[in-house]
Design a protein around this ligand. Structure first.
Ligand code: SAH
Length: 232
Protein backbone atom coordinates (compact mmCIF):
# COMPACT_ATOMS: atom_id res chain seq x y z
CA UNK A 1 0.00 0.00 0.00
CA UNK A 2 2.73 2.47 0.90
CA UNK A 3 4.57 1.66 -2.32
CA UNK A 4 1.47 2.44 -4.32
CA UNK A 5 1.18 5.71 -2.43
CA UNK A 6 4.79 6.61 -3.07
CA UNK A 7 4.44 6.13 -6.81
CA UNK A 8 0.95 7.39 -7.55
CA UNK A 9 0.13 9.75 -4.78
CA UNK A 10 -0.39 13.30 -5.98
CA UNK A 11 -0.47 15.66 -3.07
CA UNK A 12 -3.54 17.83 -3.25
CA UNK A 13 -4.33 19.71 -0.11
CA UNK A 14 -6.99 22.38 -0.08
CA UNK A 15 -5.56 24.58 2.62
CA UNK A 16 -8.85 26.45 3.03
CA UNK A 17 -10.54 23.24 4.12
CA UNK A 18 -8.33 22.60 7.14
CA UNK A 19 -10.35 22.16 10.30
CA UNK A 20 -9.42 20.83 13.70
CA UNK A 21 -12.40 19.13 15.33
CA UNK A 22 -12.97 17.13 18.52
CA UNK A 23 -12.24 13.87 16.78
CA UNK A 24 -8.84 15.06 15.62
CA UNK A 25 -8.08 16.55 19.02
CA UNK A 26 -9.03 13.20 20.59
CA UNK A 27 -6.77 11.30 18.20
CA UNK A 28 -3.93 13.65 19.13
CA UNK A 29 -4.45 12.95 22.84
CA UNK A 30 -4.21 9.23 22.09
CA UNK A 31 -1.04 9.78 20.09
CA UNK A 32 0.50 11.72 22.97
CA UNK A 33 -0.43 8.89 25.38
CA UNK A 34 1.25 6.44 22.98
CA UNK A 35 4.41 8.58 22.90
CA UNK A 36 4.46 8.69 26.71
CA UNK A 37 4.15 4.88 26.79
CA UNK A 38 7.13 4.72 24.42
CA UNK A 39 9.26 6.77 26.81
CA UNK A 40 8.83 10.43 25.77
CA UNK A 41 8.82 12.50 28.97
CA UNK A 42 9.52 16.11 27.95
CA UNK A 43 6.35 18.05 28.80
CA UNK A 44 7.13 20.85 26.32
CA UNK A 45 7.41 18.31 23.51
CA UNK A 46 4.21 16.50 24.48
CA UNK A 47 2.28 19.77 24.74
CA UNK A 48 3.54 20.87 21.33
CA UNK A 49 2.47 17.58 19.77
CA UNK A 50 -0.94 18.00 21.37
CA UNK A 51 -1.25 21.40 19.67
CA UNK A 52 0.04 20.85 16.12
CA UNK A 53 -2.71 19.51 13.79
CA UNK A 54 -0.67 16.76 12.09
CA UNK A 55 -3.62 15.97 9.79
CA UNK A 56 -3.06 19.36 8.12
CA UNK A 57 0.34 18.12 6.89
CA UNK A 58 -1.12 15.18 4.95
CA UNK A 59 -3.74 14.95 2.24
CA UNK A 60 -7.29 15.08 3.62
CA UNK A 61 -7.98 11.55 2.36
CA UNK A 62 -5.24 10.25 4.67
CA UNK A 63 -6.46 12.04 7.75
CA UNK A 64 -6.89 8.79 9.67
CA UNK A 65 -3.22 8.01 9.14
CA UNK A 66 -2.12 11.31 10.62
CA UNK A 67 -2.30 10.25 14.23
CA UNK A 68 -0.73 6.85 13.82
CA UNK A 69 2.84 6.74 15.06
CA UNK A 70 4.22 6.27 11.56
CA UNK A 71 6.22 8.10 8.92
CA UNK A 72 4.20 8.90 5.80
CA UNK A 73 5.12 9.76 2.20
CA UNK A 74 4.80 13.43 1.15
CA UNK A 75 5.80 15.24 -2.07
CA UNK A 76 9.11 14.74 -3.91
CA UNK A 77 9.50 11.17 -2.54
CA UNK A 78 10.14 12.55 0.94
CA UNK A 79 8.48 11.66 4.23
CA UNK A 80 6.90 13.35 7.21
CA UNK A 81 8.83 11.86 10.13
CA UNK A 82 7.23 9.44 12.56
CA UNK A 83 5.79 11.34 15.57
CA UNK A 84 8.01 9.32 17.93
CA UNK A 85 11.09 10.43 15.99
CA UNK A 86 9.92 14.07 16.01
CA UNK A 87 9.33 13.84 19.77
CA UNK A 88 12.65 12.07 20.39
CA UNK A 89 14.73 14.57 18.39
CA UNK A 90 12.86 17.52 19.91
CA UNK A 91 13.53 16.17 23.44
CA UNK A 92 17.25 15.72 22.72
CA UNK A 93 17.52 19.41 21.79
CA UNK A 94 16.57 20.54 25.35
CA UNK A 95 14.96 23.69 24.02
CA UNK A 96 14.38 26.76 26.14
CA UNK A 97 11.90 29.41 25.03
CA UNK A 98 13.36 32.03 22.71
CA UNK A 99 16.28 29.92 21.46
CA UNK A 100 17.28 30.14 17.81
CA UNK A 101 16.93 26.74 16.18
CA UNK A 102 18.01 25.80 12.67
CA UNK A 103 16.27 22.80 11.10
CA UNK A 104 17.69 21.05 8.04
CA UNK A 105 14.91 19.34 6.07
CA UNK A 106 11.68 21.37 6.30
CA UNK A 107 9.71 18.67 4.43
CA UNK A 108 6.05 18.95 5.42
CA UNK A 109 6.83 21.57 8.07
CA UNK A 110 5.46 19.41 10.91
CA UNK A 111 8.70 19.24 12.92
CA UNK A 112 9.24 22.98 12.45
CA UNK A 113 5.78 23.64 13.95
CA UNK A 114 6.52 21.38 16.94
CA UNK A 115 9.72 23.37 17.61
CA UNK A 116 7.82 26.63 17.18
CA UNK A 117 5.15 25.52 19.68
CA UNK A 118 7.99 24.76 22.11
CA UNK A 119 8.87 28.45 21.96
CA UNK A 120 11.83 28.27 19.58
CA UNK A 121 12.67 30.84 16.91
CA UNK A 122 12.66 28.47 13.97
CA UNK A 123 14.68 28.68 10.74
CA UNK A 124 14.25 25.75 8.38
CA UNK A 125 15.92 24.86 5.06
CA UNK A 126 14.56 22.62 2.29
CA UNK A 127 16.42 21.62 -0.89
CA UNK A 128 13.28 20.82 -2.96
CA UNK A 129 11.83 24.03 -4.41
CA UNK A 130 8.37 22.50 -4.87
CA UNK A 131 8.25 21.19 -1.32
CA UNK A 132 9.63 24.41 0.13
CA UNK A 133 7.07 26.61 -1.61
CA UNK A 134 4.15 24.32 -0.84
CA UNK A 135 5.11 24.02 2.82
CA UNK A 136 5.73 27.77 3.18
CA UNK A 137 2.19 28.27 1.89
CA UNK A 138 0.80 25.66 4.30
CA UNK A 139 2.51 27.28 7.29
CA UNK A 140 1.00 30.64 6.32
CA UNK A 141 -2.49 29.15 6.10
CA UNK A 142 -2.08 27.48 9.48
CA UNK A 143 -1.00 30.78 11.02
CA UNK A 144 2.62 29.77 11.66
CA UNK A 145 3.86 33.12 10.40
CA UNK A 146 6.87 33.18 12.71
CA UNK A 147 8.61 30.17 11.13
CA UNK A 148 11.27 31.29 8.65
CA UNK A 149 11.70 28.91 5.72
CA UNK A 150 14.54 28.90 3.19
CA UNK A 151 15.02 27.15 -0.13
CA UNK A 152 18.63 25.99 -0.26
CA UNK A 153 21.25 23.39 0.57
CA UNK A 154 21.22 22.60 4.26
CA UNK A 155 24.86 21.47 4.18
CA UNK A 156 25.71 25.18 3.94
CA UNK A 157 23.44 26.25 6.78
CA UNK A 158 22.43 29.90 7.10
CA UNK A 159 25.63 31.90 7.78
CA UNK A 160 23.64 35.17 7.63
CA UNK A 161 21.56 34.15 10.66
CA UNK A 162 24.25 32.24 12.61
CA UNK A 163 25.04 31.44 15.34
CA UNK A 164 22.23 29.09 16.43
CA UNK A 165 21.55 27.77 19.94
CA UNK A 166 20.43 24.45 18.50
CA UNK A 167 20.63 22.70 15.11
CA UNK A 168 18.41 19.78 14.09
CA UNK A 169 18.98 17.65 11.00
CA UNK A 170 15.96 15.61 9.88
CA UNK A 171 17.62 13.71 7.00
CA UNK A 172 20.27 10.96 7.12
CA UNK A 173 23.63 12.67 7.29
CA UNK A 174 26.65 11.04 5.58
CA UNK A 175 29.05 12.92 7.90
CA UNK A 176 29.04 15.72 10.44
CA UNK A 177 28.57 18.88 8.30
CA UNK A 178 31.43 21.23 9.21
CA UNK A 179 29.64 24.41 8.07
CA UNK A 180 26.77 23.62 10.44
CA UNK A 181 29.10 22.87 13.31
CA UNK A 182 30.72 26.29 12.83
CA UNK A 183 27.25 27.93 12.95
CA UNK A 184 26.47 26.37 16.34
CA UNK A 185 26.86 28.65 19.38
CA UNK A 186 29.40 27.65 22.01
CA UNK A 187 27.27 25.79 24.57
CA UNK A 188 24.91 24.70 21.80
CA UNK A 189 23.57 21.29 20.77
CA UNK A 190 23.18 19.71 17.35
CA UNK A 191 21.06 16.57 16.84
CA UNK A 192 21.44 14.48 13.70
CA UNK A 193 20.95 10.97 12.34
CA UNK A 194 24.43 9.92 11.22
CA UNK A 195 24.76 7.29 8.47
CA UNK A 196 26.32 4.05 9.69
CA UNK A 197 26.71 2.59 6.21
CA UNK A 198 23.81 0.12 6.04
CA UNK A 199 20.87 2.45 5.34
CA UNK A 200 20.40 2.83 9.08
CA UNK A 201 21.48 5.85 11.10
CA UNK A 202 22.63 6.43 14.64
CA UNK A 203 21.05 9.38 16.40
CA UNK A 204 23.86 11.62 17.59
CA UNK A 205 23.83 14.64 19.86
CA UNK A 206 26.82 16.94 19.46
CA UNK A 207 27.71 19.38 22.21
CA UNK A 208 30.01 22.32 21.55
CA UNK A 209 31.40 23.65 24.83
CA UNK A 210 32.44 27.22 25.55
CA UNK A 211 36.00 26.41 24.43
CA UNK A 212 34.54 25.03 21.17
CA UNK A 213 35.45 21.43 22.11
CA UNK A 214 33.09 18.86 20.63
CA UNK A 215 31.61 15.84 22.43
CA UNK A 216 29.17 13.30 20.97
CA UNK A 217 26.49 11.11 22.53
CA UNK A 218 24.79 8.19 20.82
CA UNK A 219 21.02 7.50 21.07
CA UNK A 220 20.35 4.37 19.04
CA UNK A 221 19.18 3.55 15.55
CA UNK A 222 16.70 5.40 13.34
CA UNK A 223 15.79 5.51 9.66
CA UNK A 224 15.58 8.72 7.62
CA UNK A 225 15.53 9.75 3.94
CA UNK A 226 19.04 10.83 2.84
CA UNK A 227 20.50 14.31 3.22
CA UNK A 228 21.66 15.22 -0.30
CA UNK A 229 23.91 17.99 -1.59
CA UNK A 230 22.63 20.82 -3.79
CA UNK A 231 19.12 21.96 -4.59
CA UNK A 232 16.40 20.64 -6.92
N1 SAH B 1 11.25 17.62 9.12
C1 SAH B 1 10.44 17.05 8.07
C2 SAH B 1 10.98 15.71 7.64
C3 SAH B 1 11.21 15.71 6.20
S1 SAH B 1 12.18 14.38 5.55
C4 SAH B 1 8.98 16.95 8.47
O1 SAH B 1 8.65 17.15 9.65
O2 SAH B 1 8.13 16.69 7.61
C5 SAH B 1 13.73 15.19 5.27
C6 SAH B 1 13.70 16.40 4.37
O3 SAH B 1 15.07 16.82 4.24
C7 SAH B 1 13.19 16.17 2.96
O4 SAH B 1 12.17 17.05 2.67
C8 SAH B 1 14.42 16.42 2.08
O5 SAH B 1 14.11 16.99 0.83
C9 SAH B 1 15.22 17.37 2.95
N2 SAH B 1 16.66 17.44 2.65
C10 SAH B 1 17.51 16.44 2.30
N3 SAH B 1 18.76 16.92 2.10
C11 SAH B 1 18.69 18.27 2.32
C12 SAH B 1 19.64 19.33 2.27
N4 SAH B 1 20.91 19.14 1.91
N5 SAH B 1 19.21 20.58 2.56
C13 SAH B 1 17.92 20.83 2.91
N6 SAH B 1 16.97 19.86 2.97
C14 SAH B 1 17.35 18.60 2.69
Amino acid sequence: FLDILKNNYIYSCDFNMITDNYRQKGLRKKLVAELVSKGIKDEMVLEAILKVPRHAFLDKAFEDWSYKDQAFPIDCEQTISQPYTVAFQSSLLKISKGEKVLEIGLGSGYQACVLFEMGAKVYSIERHKYLHDKTAERLKHLGYLGIRTFYGDGFLGLPRFAPFDKILITAACPHLPTALLSQLKPGGLMVLPLETGHGVQTMIRVHKDTNENITKEDFGHFKFVPMLKGTV
